[in-house]
Design a protein around this ligand. Structure first.
Ligand code: DGL
Length: 259
């Protein structure tokens, strides 16, 4: 495996941009191939076997066709459902998987009232349940946010504001920590703050990117290039127009601040 090969990223849409941003800061000279599976968005309500099948298809494209040296599952749902099977099938390729930063919230403020927001698929997964009950502090509300990633993916701002008010309004003045357990959710930080006020956000994007950097270093797979790398963006939308829209949104979010 060449150390100058690209790093593959996958998500059900543009949400993984929140992980790409951190990865690029740590590993700016790497080349990336980002796969946005828009046509199958959202993943949060799909069955385990549907998600595993999609992740295998995308990983085949990233590793076997594009020759990627590592794969970042920049999607909490895909990580919870497919990471173990992908690692078995690709023992020589580092498969890095994000997970909700519940431990990070616990380490930072063990007695604080914490909201954990994630897709239904992540909330119901065995992998997440194990993490959750290891750090459960009896002051946590676990919210399965059905449809939220979809509103963010489609940038439906008005419905997003209504959704957040309805789901989070009752925690206003009570929640101190908010775990953003889906890679789309950091894109709605400002809107969440509008409902909850000043809260501390936690997400796995930095930790997972750090893990990617460490694994590549351990395996001697960091690029030798000294100039800034590039990102190839691939989207599974059916029309060229939709593909172009996703691409434009992805690259503008990569430059923007959404804090
Ligand atoms: N961005 C994904 C996650 O982190 C999936 C969202 C969805 O498609 O439901 O879970």
């Amino acid at each position: 495996m060449s150390s100058n090969a690209s790093i593959g990223f996958l998500d059900s849409g543009i949400g993984g941009v929140t992980v790409m941003k951190e990865a690029q800061k740590l590993l700016p000279n790497e080349n990336y191939v980002y796969f946005s599976d828009s046509v199958n968005n959202p993943y949060g309500d799909k069955t385990d076997s549907e998600i595993i099948e999609r992740c295998f298809e995308i990983t085949r494209l990233l590793v076997d066709t594009k020759g990627c040296k590592a794969v970042m599952l920049a999607c909490n749902t895909a990580s919870a459902k497919a990471a173990a099977s992908l690692r078995k099938a690709y023992p020589d390729t580092p498969i890095i998987a994000i997970e909700p930063a519940y431990k990070m919230a616990y380490d930072n403020n063990p007695d604080g009232f914490t909201l954990v927001m994630a897709t239904r698929g992540t909330v119901n997964s065995e992998k997440f349940r194990r993490l959750f009950y290891t750090y459960y502090n009896h002051r946590t509300a676990l919210l399965s946010c059905v449809g939220l990633a979809d509103l963010i993916e489609q940038d439906r701002q008005e419905e997003l504001a209504q959704y957040l008010e309805k789901t989070l309004g009752r925690y206003r003045g009570k929640a101190q920590n908010v775990v953003l357990g889906c890679t789309h959710y950091p894109l709605a930080k400002r809107q969440i703050r509008k409902v909850l006020g000043d809260v501390n956000f936690f997400d796995g994007s930095y930790g997972t990117s750090k893990r990617l950097a460490n694994v590549l270093a351990e395996k001697d797979l960091l690029t030798e290039r000294t100039e800034h790398g590039e990102i190839e963006f691939i989207d599974s939308s059916p029309s060229l127009e939709q593909k172009a829209q996703k691409k434009e949104r992805f690259f503008s979010l990569l430059e923007e601040s959404y804090d």
